[in-house]
Design a protein around this ligand. Structure first.
Ligand SMILES: [Zn+2]
Length: 69
């Protein structure tokens, strides 16, 4: 596996879609664009993901919750 220019953002990102709170994954693409998506594989709209200092919110999406373990 090679490093193709993407890098992980280490701070956890959350996404509230109005119903449940998802846990997110993110990466900076080679073009410099930050891409964020949920652990249940939904795309997160630009600037809709959020981070929280310290303890994060409870993940209420069952699929994301299962993905975290
Ligand atoms: Zn989810």
């Amino acid at each position: 596996m090679s490093d193709n220019g993407t890098r992980q953002i280490t701070q956890p990102i959350y996404y509230d879609d109005g119903k449940v709170i998802h846990a997110c994954k993110s990466a900076i693409m080679e073009s410099g664009v930050r891409r964020v998506w949920t652990k249940c594989d939904m795309d997160v709209p630009d600037d809709q993901g959020f981070t929280i200092e310290g303890e994060g919110p409870a993940i209420t999406c069952p699929e994301c919750w299962a993905a975290i373990g």
